[in-house]
Design a protein around this ligand. Structure first.
Ligand SMILES: *Cc1c(COP(=O)(O)O)cnc(C)c1O
Length: 475
């Protein structure tokens, strides 16, 4: 398997090369040259495998330059009951992403049992091990400079902590994260993890990271890299749990199953699209958004129009607060028949802030041939969903999963199993949970008292030169 760019301007590359890179040189995203396809017999064989074995059987198709035995060992070390031990039912931890039946043909798949209690651990933990392996073989090092308002930064830090050849400098807005999120990141004492609290908002953090990346000389000298949601390694790791969830609920292999996915940057549901391309019998992929409904608008009207900051809202499902959905480019590339020139011209319109509208044919195929549906929620919807799920099923869901619950209800079909992907645990979003349920959410036992641990972080003004000096001194 080799990788090309969605905008058609990159000679085919190997997995290890695109793993460490960001955007392709032509500004596009790396994507597999072709999708392998699993037939029914192959799916039958996959259906009984453990999570790690299943992951190897899928991911191995996408990795051309890591020996199979090494990849297998690396995956086996990643998906263990010890790493994914936050399950409410420890006996099920070995399943990694256990599925709970809410009622007939309505299920919840747990993706938040990793160290930082959000689904980003599913991919990021594998990325940590892949980075360490690939860097050691290339004899290189990388310094990841990122900005976070919560979930991504902590998942990256817990994946990269203690890894040889990797340093992490993670910017976060001073005093803006929840006490739990802050404690999760700042309590890490590993020498290769550097937390920087910036005196400003998240946008200021993001701008500083962008400015560092735009300085090509600085970037090359200090080997600056990223692990953002366009990273192909993350997308391919996420494909695996769609297979696992499918096998858990399909009455027989080959039957249709629907998935509902709380979405922001379109990374999670892009993996669902790829699972479907690989031959997994997914019927519908329901994209759930919050008030930042760029994607709901796209799937309902065929028009993709990223928003300015003036139309971007701070919501109670903050990890879905996006202005544009970076990974959408990969799906549209497939939708329009993998025409890189055409894709490049559409994204030129996106970058000019004009946006674009799909042709009538593509709009129809997006629903009929690719099975996409969508729905949006408001803060009031989230509170109502959290209460309803607690009352009806005795289960606490977080505000992002609540966006998924509402969308799943809107698009359910009594005869087809619907799997809602849980993207975080309630413990991460205490304020909204208290607002909905009137009491503190459950928290995994080993994280009780997290906020009392000693915290280690530096503070910086929102100033690019200060960040450059900071990076140069430490890595
Ligand atoms: C990142 C995140 C999302 C959105 O996922 P995308 O891959 O960006 O679509 C949803 N919920 C939670 C809790 C997240 O952390």
């Amino acid at each position: 398997m080799k990788y090309i760019s969605t905008r058609g301007g990159m000679a085919p590359q190997s997995f290890s090369d695109i793993l460490l890179g960001g955007l392709a040189p032509d500004g596009g995203l790396a994507i597999a040259e072709a999708y392998p396809r699993f037939g029914l017999d192959a799916l039958e064989r996959l259906s009984t495998l453990s999570y790690a074995d299943l992951a190897f059987q899928i991911i191995d198709h996408f990795v051309d330059d890591i020996p199979a035995a090494d990849l297998k060992a690396l995956i086996a070390r990643t998906y263990t009951a010890e790493v994914y031990c936050n399950g409410r039912d420890p006996a099920r931890a070995a399943e990694i992403t256990p599925v709970t039946r809410l009622e007939d043909n309505l299920y919840l798949q747990e993706l938040s049992n990793g160290p930082t209690l959000a689904f980003k651990d599913m991919a990021m933990q594998l990325l940590g091990n892949l980075f360490e392996y690939v860097l050691a073989h290339k004899g290189e090092t990388i310094n990841i400079v990122g900005a976070t308002s919560g979930d991504t930064g902590s998942a990256a830090e817990y994946a990269m902590r203690g890894k040889a050849g990797v340093n992490v400098v993670m910017l976060s807005p001073y005093g803006k994260m929840s006490p739990f999120q802050r404690a999760q990141m700042f309590s890490l004492q590993d020498a290769n993890i550097h937390n920087v609290a910036v005196k400003g908002f998240f946008d200021a953090c993001q701008d500083m990271v962008k400015a560092v990346n735009n300085d090509a000389a600085f970037k090359a000298e200090h080997k600056i890299g990223a692990v953002n949601s366009i990273n192909w390694g993350r997308v391919i790791a996420q494909v695996v749990y769609y297979f696992k969830g499918y096998f858990a609920v399909a009455k027989k292999v080959g039957d249709p199953v629907d998935f509902c996915v709380p979405s922001g940057n379109f990374g999670n549901v892009c993996a669902g699209h790829i699972a479907r391309q690989l031959g997994l019998p997914i019927r519908h992929l329901v994209v759930a958004t919050n008030e930042n409904d760029v994607l709901d608008e796209f799937f309902k009207t065929g028009r993709y129009q990223p928003r300015g900051l003036d139309r971007t809202y701070e919501t109670s499902s903050p990890s879905m607060d996006i202005t544009k959905a970076s990974n959408l480019e990969r799906f549209v590339f497939d939708l329009i028949g993998r025409d890189g020139d055409e894709l490049a011209s559409l994204w030129q319109q996106v970058e000019k802030a004009d946006g674009f509208a799909l042709s009538e044919g593509d709009f129809k195929r997006m629903h009929d041939a690719y099975g996409f549906r969508s729905e949006k929620s408001t803060h009031a919807d989230r509170l109502a969903s959290i209460r309803e799920v607690a009352q009806k099923y005795g289960i606490q869901i977080d505000p992002h999963t609540a966006d998924g619950y509402k969308a799943a209800k809107a698009h359910r079909d009594a005869n087809v199993p619907m799997v809602i992907l849980e993207t975080a645990l309630p413990a991460k979003f205490e304020a909204t949970m208290v607002e909905a349920l009137g009491s503190q959410p459950q928290r995994p036992a080993h994280l009780v008292g997290l906020e009392d641990l000693p915290q280690r972080f530096d503070t910086l003004e929102a100033d690019v030169d200060a960040l450059k000096r900071y990076v140069a001194e430490r890595v």
